[in-house]
Design a protein around this ligand. Structure first.
Ligand code: ASP
Ligand code: MG
Length: 453
């Protein structure tokens, strides 16, 4: 296991200058496989293009396309692409134009078509990275299409990877190249479905791609280069005293990723975890600055390592006396959520009620509420926030709850969840108290004697 996989996100691929800087980071870190996102804002722009094309607004569509076209062409020029590469960039861009026109003509598109269109962002940026990297490396830099490696199911829009097939393809198409000293550039976010079409892993999926590549080749390290130097003890925009974390465990990082820290795509750690490959998160703008290493077991084991906040939460409570001494009740409740494809977060139950949190946007769903009301009386509360404390000894430290709730003495705590994970305790409060609560908890656990206990 000697390979290093480095991934550069959209902000690290913003323009020719950023791409060159990212290439030099890859060079200094001796990356063997370099995975890239689309250039900054491109995926959003492509989505907008699809919407506008669908609405049939041809002027606006062409205007947006021209913007995309010019931005990519100016990067191509600045990087002094060869004629062959320039032609390829040009062709990919024309394909985007044709696809958008097709959507207007049809007045319709499928998820499969959407994935195809979105994939152009990464396919373009990877040509740029190949060029920038070959300008600074002595070794040969090859562009390998991610669709030859990353196999997925047919769930377009958020496809799931097929691990064994991916490993086999990597063994066949990547490992021999790596062994002969070549450096590989490939696209994040995209793969090939079982039925042989372009698929995507979902928004922000390039982190996941990097981790999948690393798993498939048995890399020794995955590096995620972004616009912040790693993970902080809480959101620095919220709390001036947030401090960078040198290390964090996979489990803690997973809890944080699900509970609001937007540094990593939540699923992106799974492949690395399966193979125990450390994941380093650093800033491509300040690569010398210490980032965060995500590992199986961290050296220091603070009681609380980080605090995450998730806003705009809703709480649904379903109450019915029929819940007492029956079986299958929870199954019925969760079936409703599954049928509505709604992801739930916290769950607590009492003898006659079950309370469930979710993003506010999911809860505003008449059909869900109707279906739940057939099971029991439904009550909905909004404007809530979820605060989560993540650390190594959360579940086995006497007096921790007392400390937490002493800090929150003046705030009404609506729900508490602890016990499912050894590294997490979380609770729900009114959103307008959330910032104060995070600040108070951070002060108590991360800026006091606790920080070193
Ligand atoms: N370009 C894709 C997105 O913006 C994937 C990624 O950047 O991770 O969602
Ligand atoms: Mg990203």
């Amino acid at each position: 296991m000697t390979w290093v996989v480095a991934k550069f996100g959209g902000s690290s691929m913003a323009d020719a200058k950023a791409i060159r800087r990212s290439a030099s980071v890859a060079q200094n870190r001796k990356a063997n496989v370099v995975i890239v996102s689309a250039t900054y804002g491109t995926t959003n722009q492509l989505l907008e293009l699809i919407d506008i094309a669908l609405a049939g607004n041809e002027n606006k569509r062409d205007q947006l396309f021209n913007d995309l076209y010019n931005r990519h062409l100016s990067i191509a020029q600045a990087l002094e692409l060869s004629d062959e590469d320039s032609n390829q960039v040009h062709e990919l861009l024309l394909e985007i134009k044709a696809l958008a026109k097709g959507i207007t003509l049809l007045g319709d598109y499928s998820f499969r078509a959407k994935d195809n269109l979105l994939s152009h962002g990464e396919r373009l940026s990877s040509i740029f990275m190949q060029k920038a990297l070959s300008q600074c490396l002595d070794q040969e830099v090859l562009l390998v299409d991610a669709r030859k490696i990353i196999a997925t199911n047919n769930h377009y829009g958020s496809a799931s990877p097929m691990i064994e097939k991916t490993a086999k393809q990597a063994e066949q198409h990547l490992v021999p190249l790596l062994k002969s000293g070549k450096v590989i550039v490939s696209q994040g976010f995209i793969g090939l479905s079982e039925e042989g079409y372009t698929s995507t892993l979902g928004r922000g999926g390039s982190d996941y791609s990097a981790s999948l590549f690393a798993e498939a080749i048995g890399a020794k390290l995955v590096e995620i280069w972004t616009d912040v130097a790693g993970i902080a003890s809480t959101d620095p925009r919220l709390c001036n005293n947030a401090k960078p974390l040198k290390e964090i465990t996979y489990k803690e990082a997973c809890e944080l990723a699900t509970f609001g820290a937007k540094v990593l795509h939540p699923t992106s750690l799974w492949p690395a975890m399966r193979k125990n490959i450390p994941v380093y998160v650093g800033s491509s703008m300040e690569p010398e600055k210490q980032g965060t290493k995500i590992v199986l077991e961290a050296q220091d084991k603070p009681l609380v390592r980080a605090i995450a906040l998730r806003r705009k939460q809703s709480l649904l409570t379903i109450t019915t006396p029929r819940m007492v001494n029956t079986h299958g009740f929870l199954q019925n409740v969760f079936r409703v959520f599954a049928e509505h494809e709604i992801s739930v977060d916290l769950v607590t139950t009492s003898e006659i009620s079950v309370a469930i949190t979710m993003n506010e946007s999911s809860a505003i769903n008449e059909s869900l509420l109707q279906a739940l009301s057939e099971i029991g009386e439904v009550e909905q509360e909004k404007d809530l926030a979820l605060i989560s404390l993540v650390g190594t000894r959360i579940s086995n430290t006497a007096g921790l709850s007392k400390e937490i709730f002493t800090q929150l003495a003046d705030i009404n705590v609506r729900m508490i969840c602890q016990g499912a994970s050894a590294s997490n305790i979380c609770f729900l409060i009114e959103e307008n108290h959330a910032e104060d609560a995070v600040k108070m908890l951070h002060r108590r656990f991360l800026e006091s004697e606790f920080a070193n206990s």
